[in-house]
Ligand binder design. Structure first.
Ligand code: ADP
Length: 731
């Protein structure tokens, strides 16, 4: 190692390295002496100690530089924070504050409210923080020196001593309060800009909504400034008036624009100058509702359009008119629709009147009802005659009948309950009621026999395609019915006269027939005994035929008499306890002699079965059924008679079963009617009265008669009679 020039020659060296904490060499200390061997152990120890001291000093100098740099950085950051930050000690003295905080505080000092505001912004939150309670986002409005309102969010955080770690100041508690809080940091965040931005966003959203509404409006809309120049026009207006045909139309002066559209009043007179809608609005007039202007304009493509112009002035904040808005509504389409509606209405009315006229001319009563309470829709004139009162549309049937004291009876003479009336059955159950016989009794005591046909209708479906669907005759899908009443009083009267005639004829026939019968039988008797002249064979045969024919005539007149009695309700029963088994044996024995090809078998569950019945009439019924069984089994065949009691129903049942021609299915429903005969029985003698009388007699006993039959296989007729007295008194 070289020795500087002029420096005494060094003969001995003592050196020590400078080591940092990481044992890295940072430098060294070197001692020299002119003489060799001059350094002692103590010198060496001293040098090593000095080197250690120098290493620490070196490291401290480096740390200090670093700390200074950090402090400068932090200071710069602290100053550059946009929010105001103030640090206070526990006595609420400002220890530090950044530029933003300082500026605001100084600004506030100049305002009249300054002190109070600083108190609210700074000292009060600081007090909270010093008490250990943080303040978060406390909103405050401050009026600054420029008289502008600013919004601040204030936060205050307590500064606490660290109680652990290398920086804890366990020994430095002398000057700090008890709760460990030695200061507070208060920040003010200026939220004014954010609020303003939010408000601006909202305003923008609102404006775009208005824009969308403006464009979506079906009415044309014009916005004018206070000179009448167009500021804005929507698409509907452009379309309605074909504004795009004249490219600079909206830029032209008001009077020129009015002239281009050739505005006229409803009489076709041009509007005088200065009376256009914008002109009037800009003078402060409001054109809404009845004040709207009805004008005729020629759109720029030459179309004539009727418009209704409404509008209002736009008022500025100072109460001055800053512009106006007008709306143009196209009335041509509405006028056309109104005309169309009037025409359709007139046509519908005419059609309805024609229909009413046709209905009124019909001799039968016709009416239409709807709803489950049968409210009237329409009725013809004859309907008032049938009811003896006029039924107002909309009134429920029940109410109408009650109001006018009208009563309706069935053919059995009993009053019909509402649910039995043909009309109500049709609307309530959708039933098709045909040829239902009813007697209508008016409040004045007169009555009318009617045949009712009631047809359930799907009115909604029926009318929705023919008339205005928005005004259905009946709401929704309510049931409806068309009801026709035919006055059959005259027919009934003719029938009554006919019955009367038959009754008289049958009655009058009885005596001569009895005479005829007795003479024929006397002659036959005499001839058999050989008294008087010997008769030729043909004469005997003729006499027998006369006897048979009178027999049948007597039966026929008896049947006719029974029918007329039944019709008049004059057939009286003489009921008594009757042994039906004995009765059946008697009738079977009497009829068995008339045919050998039809063996009659009796099956009785008991020896005696007794029921309360008129024996003669039950004999008549049973006789008729057995005669039919024989008659309608032309090929012969067994006839089974069965008797049994049904204790559960408290009835006696009697069956007559044959293997004859049967009754065709389609004619079975009517076979108990008067003069009803099946087609397959035409070749066999008969009147069609027997079953009619049988049913009336059985029902008068309170019993029931029915049958089962298959054509070409046979029939079984059933009678059920009550065991106890149940005879219905004749009416
Ligand atoms: P009539 O026998 O005089 O014609 P009824 O009133 O006794 O009158 O019977 C009415 C009709 O019923 C008959 O014409 C016939 O068509 C049918 N009928 C009645 N009983 C029978 C039966 N046992 N078998 C087949 N058809 C019958």
């Amino acid at each position: 190692m070289g020795v500087p020039r002029g420096h005494p020659v060094v003969r001995s060296f003592l050196g020590a390295p400078l080591l940092d904490r990481m044992a890295q060499v940072r430098g060294g200390l070197l001692l020299g002496h002119r003489e060799p061997g001059q350094f002692t152990r103590d010198d060496e120890a001293l040098l090593v100690g000095l080197a250690a001291q120098a290493a620490v000093a070196l490291e401290n100098a480096q740390l200090y530089r670093l700390a200074q740099r950090r402090a400068q950085e932090l200071n710069a950051i602290f100053e550059s924070i946009a929010d105001g930050v103030t640090v206070m000690d526990h006595q609420r003295t400002i220890v530090r504050e950044n530029g933003a905080a300082r500026r605001l505080r100084e600004q506030l000092k100049d305002t009249p409210e300054g002190e109070r505001v600083v108190e609210a912004l700074l000292y009060t939150p600081a007090r909270h923080a010093l008490n250990g309670k943080a303040v978060e986002d406390l909103p405050l409005s401050v009026v600054d020196s420029h008289n502008e309102t600013r919004e601040y969010l204030v936060n205050a955080t307590p500064l606490r001593l660290l109680t652990t770690g290398p920086l804890s100041q366990k020994n430095d508690t002398m000057n700090t309060p008890q709760n460990g809080v030695f200061g507070a940091v208060v920040t003010w965040h200026d939220a004014t800009e954010r609020r303003l931005q939010e408000a601006e966003h909202q305003a923008q959203a609102y404006a775009s909504q208005l824009e969308a509404i403006f464009e979506a409006m079906t009415d044309g809309v014009f916005v004018y400034d206070r000179h009448g120049s167009i500021v804005q026009v929507n698409t509907a207006a452009r379309r309605l008036l074909a504004l795009d045909v004249v490219p600079d139309y909206t830029a032209r002066p008001l009077e020129e624009r009015i002239a281009l559209l050739d505005m006229r009043d409803t009489q076709g007179q041009s509007l005088p100058r200065g009376t256009s809608a914008p002109a009037r609005l800009l003078k402060g007039e409001v054109l809404t509702g009845a004040n709207a202007l009805e004008v005729q304009v020629r759109a720029l493509d030459g179309r004539e359009v009727q418009v209704s112009i409404g509008g209002a002035p736009l008022w500025g904040q100072e109460g001055r008119i800053t512009g106006a808005v007008t709306t143009f509504r196209d009335m041509s389409e509405r006028h056309r629709l109104e005309q169309l509606e009037r025409r359709i209405h007139a046509e519908t009315e005419a059609r309805r009147a024609l229909l009413q006229m046709i209905l009124d001319e019909l001799p039968s009563s016709v009416y239409l009802v709807h709803g489950s309470d049968a409210r009237l829709i329409l009725a013809n004139r004859a309907s008032a005659t049938v009811w003896g009162a006029s039924w107002p549309p909309g009134q429920p049937m029940d109410e109408f009948l009650r109001e006018h004291g009208i009563r309706v009876f069935g053919m059995d003479g009993l009053a019909l309950a509402p649910e039995q009336l043909a009309t109500l059955r049709a609307v309530r159950d959708g039933e098709m009621v045909y040829q239902h016989q009813e007697v209508i009794r008016h409040s004045d005591g007169t009555s009318m026999h009617v045949l009712v046909n009631a047809v359930a209708l799907d009115l909604h479906h029926l009318f929705s395609s023919t008339v205005d669907a928005t005004k259905p005759l009946a709401e929704g899908t309510e049931p409806a019915a068309l009801v026709v009443h035919q006055d059959v009083s005259a027919m009934k009267e003719a029938e009554r006269l006919k019955d009367e005639f038959i009754a008289i004829a049958a009655h009058e026939l009885r005596n001569p027939l009895a005479v005829l019968k007795s003479y024929a039988q006397a002659l036959l008797f005499q001839a058999r005994r050989g008294r008087g002249y010997e008769l030729a064979d043909w004469q005997k045969e003729a006499l027998q035929n006369i006897d048979l024919a009178t027999h049948r005539l007597v039966d026929l007149t008896e049947e006719l008499l029974d029918v007329t009695r039944l019709q008049a309700g004059q057939l009286a029963l003489h009921a008594e306890p009757t042994d039906l088994v004995a009765l059946t044996r008697r009738v079977a024995a009497r009829l068995q002699v008339t045919s050998e090809r039809h063996p009659i078998a009796i099956h009785a569950a008991q020896e005696h079965i007794v029921a309360e019945a008129d024996p003669l009439r039950i004999e008549q019924v049973l006789g008729n059924l057995i005669t039919n069984a024989i008659k309608y089994s032309p090929e012969g065949g067994r006839i089974d008679l069965t008797l049994r009691e049904d204790p559960q129903a408290d009835t006696v049942e009697l069956y007559v079963e044959d293997q004859g021609i049967g009754i065709p299915a389609h004619q079975q429903a009517r076979i108990f009617g008067r003069f009803e005969r099946a087609d397959n029985a035409r070749k066999i003698d008969g009147t069609g009265l027997g079953l009619y009388i049988c049913r009336a007699l059985v029902e008068q006993h309170g019993g029931r008669i029915w049958f089962e039959s298959v054509e070409d296989q046979g029939s079984t007729f059933f009678i059920a009679l009550p065991m106890d007295q149940a005879v219905v008194p004749s009416i």
